[in-house]
Design a protein. Structure first.
Length: 263
Protein backbone atom coordinates (compact mmCIF):
# COMPACT_ATOMS: atom_id res chain seq x y z
CA UNK A 1 0.00 0.00 0.00
CA UNK A 2 1.55 3.27 -1.13
CA UNK A 3 1.42 6.20 1.29
CA UNK A 4 0.81 9.71 -0.02
CA UNK A 5 2.01 12.54 2.20
CA UNK A 6 1.96 15.51 -0.15
CA UNK A 7 -1.08 17.39 -1.40
CA UNK A 8 0.94 18.06 -4.55
CA UNK A 9 0.89 14.38 -5.42
CA UNK A 10 -0.58 14.00 -8.96
CA UNK A 11 -3.18 11.49 -7.77
CA UNK A 12 -4.45 13.90 -5.13
CA UNK A 13 -4.51 16.82 -7.55
CA UNK A 14 -6.43 14.73 -10.05
CA UNK A 15 -9.29 14.18 -7.59
CA UNK A 16 -10.02 17.91 -7.70
CA UNK A 17 -10.12 17.77 -11.50
CA UNK A 18 -12.82 15.12 -11.39
CA UNK A 19 -15.26 17.63 -9.94
CA UNK A 20 -15.79 18.70 -13.57
CA UNK A 21 -17.98 16.66 -15.91
CA UNK A 22 -15.56 17.14 -18.80
CA UNK A 23 -12.74 15.53 -16.81
CA UNK A 24 -14.98 12.68 -15.71
CA UNK A 25 -15.86 11.94 -19.32
CA UNK A 26 -12.30 12.21 -20.57
CA UNK A 27 -10.82 10.08 -17.79
CA UNK A 28 -13.80 7.72 -17.59
CA UNK A 29 -13.71 8.04 -13.80
CA UNK A 30 -15.99 9.31 -11.05
CA UNK A 31 -15.77 9.77 -7.28
CA UNK A 32 -17.39 7.62 -4.62
CA UNK A 33 -17.00 8.75 -1.02
CA UNK A 34 -17.75 6.45 1.89
CA UNK A 35 -17.33 2.79 2.83
CA UNK A 36 -21.04 1.94 2.55
CA UNK A 37 -21.19 3.54 -0.88
CA UNK A 38 -18.11 1.58 -1.98
CA UNK A 39 -19.70 -1.64 -0.70
CA UNK A 40 -22.83 -0.97 -2.77
CA UNK A 41 -20.77 -0.11 -5.85
CA UNK A 42 -18.85 -3.38 -5.51
CA UNK A 43 -22.11 -5.28 -5.15
CA UNK A 44 -23.26 -3.68 -8.41
CA UNK A 45 -20.01 -4.79 -10.11
CA UNK A 46 -18.52 -1.36 -10.66
CA UNK A 47 -14.85 -1.44 -11.65
CA UNK A 48 -12.62 0.21 -9.07
CA UNK A 49 -9.65 2.24 -10.26
CA UNK A 50 -8.17 3.35 -6.93
CA UNK A 51 -9.05 3.87 -3.26
CA UNK A 52 -7.73 6.63 -1.00
CA UNK A 53 -7.69 5.60 2.64
CA UNK A 54 -7.29 7.60 5.83
CA UNK A 55 -6.58 5.02 8.53
CA UNK A 56 -7.55 7.29 11.44
CA UNK A 57 -11.03 7.96 10.04
CA UNK A 58 -11.55 4.47 8.64
CA UNK A 59 -11.00 3.01 12.11
CA UNK A 60 -14.47 4.34 12.99
CA UNK A 61 -16.30 2.86 9.97
CA UNK A 62 -19.27 0.52 10.20
CA UNK A 63 -17.97 -1.39 7.17
CA UNK A 64 -14.45 -2.55 8.11
CA UNK A 65 -14.45 -5.45 5.61
CA UNK A 66 -15.14 -3.37 2.50
CA UNK A 67 -11.46 -3.30 1.48
CA UNK A 68 -10.98 -7.05 1.71
CA UNK A 69 -11.51 -7.56 -2.02
CA UNK A 70 -9.58 -4.49 -3.19
CA UNK A 71 -6.00 -5.25 -4.35
CA UNK A 72 -3.47 -3.46 -2.15
CA UNK A 73 -1.81 -1.88 -5.18
CA UNK A 74 -5.05 0.06 -5.75
CA UNK A 75 -5.14 1.45 -2.20
CA UNK A 76 -3.31 4.67 -1.35
CA UNK A 77 -3.02 5.81 2.24
CA UNK A 78 -3.34 9.53 2.95
CA UNK A 79 -2.98 11.54 6.13
CA UNK A 80 -6.00 12.87 8.00
CA UNK A 81 -5.20 16.46 7.02
CA UNK A 82 -4.71 15.35 3.43
CA UNK A 83 -8.01 13.49 3.37
CA UNK A 84 -9.84 16.57 4.59
CA UNK A 85 -8.66 18.33 1.44
CA UNK A 86 -10.09 15.72 -0.92
CA UNK A 87 -13.25 14.78 1.01
CA UNK A 88 -16.58 16.07 -0.30
CA UNK A 89 -18.60 15.71 2.88
CA UNK A 90 -18.34 16.24 6.61
CA UNK A 91 -18.06 13.26 8.91
CA UNK A 92 -16.40 11.08 6.29
CA UNK A 93 -15.30 7.58 7.26
CA UNK A 94 -11.97 7.86 5.51
CA UNK A 95 -12.58 6.26 2.10
CA UNK A 96 -12.66 7.98 -1.27
CA UNK A 97 -12.80 5.81 -4.37
CA UNK A 98 -12.32 6.43 -8.08
CA UNK A 99 -14.39 4.06 -10.20
CA UNK A 100 -15.39 3.50 -13.81
CA UNK A 101 -18.91 4.67 -14.76
CA UNK A 102 -21.35 2.34 -16.48
CA UNK A 103 -23.52 2.92 -19.51
CA UNK A 104 -27.21 3.49 -18.83
CA UNK A 105 -29.35 2.46 -21.80
CA UNK A 106 -33.09 1.92 -21.97
CA UNK A 107 -32.64 -1.51 -23.51
CA UNK A 108 -30.67 -2.63 -20.46
CA UNK A 109 -33.58 -2.08 -18.06
CA UNK A 110 -35.20 -5.19 -16.64
CA UNK A 111 -38.81 -4.45 -15.70
CA UNK A 112 -41.32 -6.34 -13.58
CA UNK A 113 -44.64 -7.53 -14.97
CA UNK A 114 -46.37 -4.42 -13.61
CA UNK A 115 -43.68 -1.74 -13.54
CA UNK A 116 -43.59 1.64 -11.83
CA UNK A 117 -41.05 4.09 -13.24
CA UNK A 118 -39.88 7.58 -12.32
CA UNK A 119 -39.03 9.84 -15.26
CA UNK A 120 -37.08 13.04 -14.70
CA UNK A 121 -36.96 15.67 -17.42
CA UNK A 122 -33.95 18.00 -17.54
CA UNK A 123 -33.03 17.45 -13.89
CA UNK A 124 -30.47 20.12 -13.06
CA UNK A 125 -29.59 19.84 -9.36
CA UNK A 126 -27.35 16.91 -8.34
CA UNK A 127 -28.81 16.94 -4.82
CA UNK A 128 -32.35 16.48 -6.16
CA UNK A 129 -31.23 13.66 -8.43
CA UNK A 130 -29.55 11.90 -5.52
CA UNK A 131 -32.58 12.35 -3.27
CA UNK A 132 -34.89 10.92 -5.92
CA UNK A 133 -32.64 7.88 -6.28
CA UNK A 134 -33.01 7.37 -2.50
CA UNK A 135 -36.79 7.48 -2.89
CA UNK A 136 -36.59 5.03 -5.80
CA UNK A 137 -34.54 2.63 -3.71
CA UNK A 138 -36.83 2.92 -0.68
CA UNK A 139 -39.95 2.32 -2.78
CA UNK A 140 -38.24 -0.34 -4.91
CA UNK A 141 -39.43 1.24 -8.17
CA UNK A 142 -38.44 -0.54 -11.36
CA UNK A 143 -36.26 2.23 -12.76
CA UNK A 144 -35.46 5.91 -12.94
CA UNK A 145 -35.23 7.31 -16.47
CA UNK A 146 -33.38 10.59 -16.81
CA UNK A 147 -34.33 12.55 -19.93
CA UNK A 148 -32.21 15.33 -21.41
CA UNK A 149 -30.34 15.86 -18.12
CA UNK A 150 -28.77 19.18 -17.17
CA UNK A 151 -26.56 17.46 -14.61
CA UNK A 152 -24.28 14.44 -14.73
CA UNK A 153 -25.47 11.19 -13.14
CA UNK A 154 -21.93 10.77 -11.79
CA UNK A 155 -21.60 14.26 -10.34
CA UNK A 156 -19.96 13.78 -6.93
CA UNK A 157 -22.84 15.56 -5.20
CA UNK A 158 -25.39 13.31 -6.91
CA UNK A 159 -23.47 10.23 -5.82
CA UNK A 160 -23.13 11.60 -2.29
CA UNK A 161 -26.76 12.66 -1.87
CA UNK A 162 -27.95 9.30 -3.19
CA UNK A 163 -26.05 7.63 -0.29
CA UNK A 164 -25.15 4.82 -2.67
CA UNK A 165 -28.60 4.38 -4.24
CA UNK A 166 -27.07 5.22 -7.60
CA UNK A 167 -25.73 1.66 -7.37
CA UNK A 168 -28.98 0.02 -6.23
CA UNK A 169 -31.51 1.55 -8.65
CA UNK A 170 -31.77 0.77 -12.35
CA UNK A 171 -31.23 3.99 -14.30
CA UNK A 172 -31.31 4.97 -17.95
CA UNK A 173 -30.31 8.22 -19.62
CA UNK A 174 -31.96 9.16 -22.92
CA UNK A 175 -33.95 11.80 -24.76
CA UNK A 176 -37.59 12.48 -23.92
CA UNK A 177 -38.72 11.12 -27.29
CA UNK A 178 -36.81 7.89 -26.67
CA UNK A 179 -38.38 7.56 -23.21
CA UNK A 180 -41.89 8.12 -24.58
CA UNK A 181 -41.37 5.50 -27.30
CA UNK A 182 -40.10 3.08 -24.64
CA UNK A 183 -43.22 3.59 -22.50
CA UNK A 184 -45.55 3.06 -25.44
CA UNK A 185 -43.68 -0.08 -26.50
CA UNK A 186 -43.99 -1.50 -22.99
CA UNK A 187 -47.63 -0.45 -22.50
CA UNK A 188 -46.82 1.84 -19.57
CA UNK A 189 -49.13 4.80 -18.92
CA UNK A 190 -47.43 8.13 -18.21
CA UNK A 191 -48.59 10.73 -15.71
CA UNK A 192 -47.14 14.23 -16.00
CA UNK A 193 -46.96 16.23 -12.76
CA UNK A 194 -48.20 19.77 -13.40
CA UNK A 195 -49.50 22.54 -11.16
CA UNK A 196 -52.37 23.37 -13.53
CA UNK A 197 -53.60 19.79 -13.88
CA UNK A 198 -57.20 19.02 -12.96
CA UNK A 199 -56.58 15.49 -11.67
CA UNK A 200 -55.36 14.93 -8.10
CA UNK A 201 -52.49 12.50 -7.71
CA UNK A 202 -54.33 10.55 -4.98
CA UNK A 203 -57.27 9.97 -7.33
CA UNK A 204 -55.04 8.49 -10.02
CA UNK A 205 -54.84 4.74 -10.59
CA UNK A 206 -51.20 3.74 -10.18
CA UNK A 207 -51.98 0.03 -9.81
CA UNK A 208 -51.51 -0.36 -13.56
CA UNK A 209 -48.11 -0.18 -15.26
CA UNK A 210 -47.26 3.47 -14.63
CA UNK A 211 -44.61 6.15 -15.02
CA UNK A 212 -44.66 9.52 -13.31
CA UNK A 213 -42.95 12.35 -15.17
CA UNK A 214 -41.37 15.11 -13.11
CA UNK A 215 -39.99 18.43 -14.37
CA UNK A 216 -37.70 21.09 -12.98
CA UNK A 217 -38.72 23.31 -10.07
CA UNK A 218 -38.10 26.47 -12.08
CA UNK A 219 -39.95 25.60 -15.29
CA UNK A 220 -41.84 22.39 -14.72
CA UNK A 221 -42.28 20.02 -17.63
CA UNK A 222 -41.89 21.03 -21.25
CA UNK A 223 -44.79 20.88 -23.69
CA UNK A 224 -43.41 17.62 -25.03
CA UNK A 225 -44.47 15.73 -21.91
CA UNK A 226 -47.54 17.84 -21.18
CA UNK A 227 -48.85 17.12 -24.68
CA UNK A 228 -47.82 13.47 -24.91
CA UNK A 229 -48.39 12.07 -21.41
CA UNK A 230 -51.51 9.97 -20.90
CA UNK A 231 -52.70 12.23 -18.09
CA UNK A 232 -51.68 15.24 -16.01
CA UNK A 233 -51.76 15.10 -12.21
CA UNK A 234 -51.11 17.49 -9.35
CA UNK A 235 -50.46 17.58 -5.61
CA UNK A 236 -52.75 19.83 -3.52
CA UNK A 237 -51.05 23.10 -2.52
CA UNK A 238 -52.87 24.76 0.38
CA UNK A 239 -50.26 27.32 1.46
CA UNK A 240 -48.94 30.47 -0.13
CA UNK A 241 -46.16 28.68 -1.99
CA UNK A 242 -47.41 26.87 -5.07
CA UNK A 243 -44.80 24.14 -5.48
CA UNK A 244 -42.68 21.59 -3.63
CA UNK A 245 -39.08 20.61 -4.14
CA UNK A 246 -39.06 18.13 -7.04
CA UNK A 247 -37.54 15.38 -4.91
CA UNK A 248 -40.29 15.83 -2.30
CA UNK A 249 -43.00 15.86 -4.96
CA UNK A 250 -41.57 12.68 -6.47
CA UNK A 251 -41.58 10.98 -3.08
CA UNK A 252 -45.19 12.02 -2.33
CA UNK A 253 -46.51 10.59 -5.61
CA UNK A 254 -44.29 7.51 -5.54
CA UNK A 255 -45.39 6.42 -2.09
CA UNK A 256 -49.04 6.99 -2.97
CA UNK A 257 -48.47 4.58 -5.84
CA UNK A 258 -46.84 2.09 -3.48
CA UNK A 259 -49.78 2.46 -1.06
CA UNK A 260 -52.21 1.65 -3.83
CA UNK A 261 -50.15 -1.37 -4.81
CA UNK A 262 -50.21 -2.65 -1.24
CA UNK A 263 -46.49 -2.24 -0.56
Amino acid sequence: MEKITSLQNPRIKNIAKLSKAKERREQNLFIIEGARELMLALSANYVIDSVFLCQELFAKTDYPDVLNNIPTNKIFEVTESGFEKIAYREGSDGLLTLARPKSHHLQDLSLSDNPFIIILEAVEKPGNLGAILRTADAAQVDAVIICDPATDLYNANAVRSSVGCLFTVQTAVCSSSEALAFLKEKGIRSFAAELQASQWYQDTDFKQASAIVMGTEADGLTNFWLDNADARIKIPMRGQIDSLNVSVSTAVITFEAMRQRGF
